[in-house]
Ligand binder design. Structure first.
Ligand SMILES: [Zn+2]
Length: 473
């Protein structure tokens, strides 16, 4: 007698097996086993490409000229968020998913943040700081990377005795500062954990960074978190409230994620709250991408994510050189394959092995490509200015607490400042002007008019992120 195994049941068993394998592998992970990692990378890539060509009409068409059989990563075409989103229904490998039904039945309902779509997928959107938000769908295996692989470097960090004893003494209360209005990456991860874990449900809370600051401060004072998590800009804002005496909390650990953190912001959070800061570099596309080591470098979990720092023409850049952008491949996600996806971050691969002993590729993140600014040179050519350098010049002016800089033209920059309470505004503006003029002169630009904004720095109302520098046109 022939028995048919129900499709649904087979899918569930397959998912459980894949997740169990990821957990097992993460647990026995050895940091120095280069050959084993290279072997896994190769096998996983071939399997992923084979699957994408078979099950995704988008990749089938994209790879029509790629010879069948084993492929080299570098021979595959690059994919972009815009192109993938434009071909969404052809991109996904499950015909039950369409972008229209996803938007209508799931994303429009904010009570479903962290719930499973079609009973089997995790869905998160990017914040949309750089254009249209992407909609990312993860199967259980891809989502498991966030829990098992993305955190495997943190166990030692979390297992520090002072932290552990503090949490035992004062209890675990995690406050996450993100945008709660929608299915944006950070909130989804936390809400999904809360839905599945009764212990966490009462001990973790998401606070919206778009709420009025006074209300936010009041709620966080009442909650008294022992762990703080959120955009670095949000935590920096809380730090300034703590210094002003309006916020009075004693977190044991601060976790920053979701945006680039400057050394000044990090030091600010660390010293104000007198607690360690753990920084994360991951995204809604690549949830377990890397882990930060004690030397402040991000080690890419290259057994599951392939990361290629490249120049403007998508050619590889050498270690030690800041890339124009970075291409990332998610080796786990089957439902929405991401192969050589342009993530838009500028990164630098460490040229020498990291002193921490971890031999996974180590990178520093230098910011986003979209934030590069160009100003006029006296002869009319363009001069590119690094946003981080510009911010540092303003931020390190005595009296400046927070700043925002908007390039409003090829010879114009608008600056928003928040100053310390004892600062003399005229004096601070004068110092900022002098420092900026010296900076621009050193960069070789024509004279840049610096406009003093009356309004204070503010978060982007759409994404809830606090961008420090960008170009308005
Ligand atoms: Zn390291």
């Amino acid at each position: 007698m022939r028995r048919t195994f129900p499709r649904q049941q087979a899918r569930v068993i397959r998912a459980i097996v894949r997740v169990a394998l990821i957990a097992w592998e993460a647990w026995r992970f050895r940091r120095g086993d280069d050959r084993a990692i290279a072997r896994r990378q190769r096998a996983r890539l071939q399997e992923l490409v084979r699957h994408a060509r078979t099950a995704s009409p988008y990749y089938r068409s994209l790879y029509r000229n790629v010879p069948a059989g084993p492929v080299h990563l570098a021979s595959l075409p690059v994919v972009s968020k815009r192109d993938l989103m434009a071909h969404f229904d052809d991109w996904v490998t499950d015909p039950d998913i369409t972008v229209a039904s996803l938007r209508r039945d799931f994303l429009s309902d904010h009570s479903l943040v962290g719930a499973r779509y079609l009973g089997r997928y995790h869905v998160a959107t990017t914040s949309g700081t750089s254009g249209e938000p992407a909609i990312l769908i993860h199967d259980d295996a891809s989502w498991a990377l966030f829990h098992f692989v993305g955190c495997r470097g943190e166990w030692r960090f979390i297992a520090r005795w002072d932290l552990l004893s503090g949490v035992l003494r004062r209890g675990l209360r995690a406050a996450a500062l993100f945008v709660t209005d929608g299915h944006i990456g950070g909130s989804v991860a936390l809400e999904s954990a809360r839905r599945r874990n009764a212990f966490l449900a009462n001990r973790a809370r998401v606070f919206s960074v778009l709420r009025p600051l006074a209300d936010l401060v009041k709620e966080i004072n009442e909650f008294q978190p022992t762990v703080l998590e959120g955009y670095p800009s949000a935590l920096a804002l809380l730090a300034s409230e703590q210094r002003a005496g309006r916020l009075t909390i004693q977190p044991l650990l601060a976790i920053t994620a979701g945006e680039h953190v400057t050394p000044a912001v990090r030091a600010d959070i660390e010293s104000t709250f007198d607690c360690p800061v753990q920084n994360r570099y991951a995204s809604a596309e690549f949830p377990g991408l890397s882990m930060e080591c004690r030397h402040g470098l991000f080690h890419v979990n290259s057994d599951w994510y392939l990361l290629e720092p490249v120049d403007e023409n998508y050619q590889p850049v050498a270690a030690g050189v800041v890339s124009h952008t970075v291409l990332v491949t998610n080796l786990a996600n089957r439902v929405q394959p991401l192969i050589r996806y342009d993530l838009g971050d500028r990164v630098k691969l460490a040229a020498t092995p990291c002193a921490c002993g971890n031999r996974l590729p180590a990178i520093t993140v230098e910011g986003r490509t979209g934030d590069l600014l160009t100003f006029d040179a006296p002869d009319g050519t363009a001069v590119t200015v690094l946003p981080l350098a510009l911010v540092t010049v303003i931020e390190e002016t005595p009296g400046v607490q927070r700043c925002q800089a908007v390039r409003t033209g090829p010879r114009a920059l608008r600056v928003r400042l928040e100053m310390s309470s004892d600062a003399d505004p005229d004096q601070v503006w004068r110092a900022v002007d002098e420092r900026l003029q010296a900076f621009f002169a050193a960069q070789g630009t024509a004279r840049v008019i610096v406009e003093h904004a009356a309004e204070p720095p503010a978060v982007d109302p759409r994404s809830g992120k606090y961008r420090q520098v960008w170009s308005a046109r």
